[in-house]
Design a protein around this ligand. Structure first.
Ligand SMILES: [Zn+2]
Length: 80
């Protein structure tokens, strides 16, 4: 997987975040920071988001694409 594929994957993560309304007020989440965490020996993209309306914080966790290729393909298909 090259850097362009990784960028595409991260963009698809942002589209998931954008499609998720705040569970408190229904507002939009803004991605605050994105980091790679190792959970049970597997890398995950962990994205902390803040509701632009009420400030509620939510953490989105995505499996890293180079570990779970099937998930990546599915995500790619959804984007097209
Ligand atoms: Zn909110």
């Amino acid at each position: 997987m090259n850097i362009r594929d990784i960028m595409k994957y991260i963009e698809s993560e942002y589209s998931v975040i954008n499609d998720t309304p705040c569970e408190i007020c229904g507002g939009n989440y803004i991605a605050d920071c994105l980091e790679i965490d190792i959970i049970n020996g597997f890398p995950y993209d962990v994205c902390t988001c803040v509701c632009e309306n009420c400030g509620y914080e939510k953490t989105f966790t995505f499996s890293a694409p180079f570990i779970d290729e099937n998930h990546f393909k599915k995500t790619k298909k959804t984007m097209n």
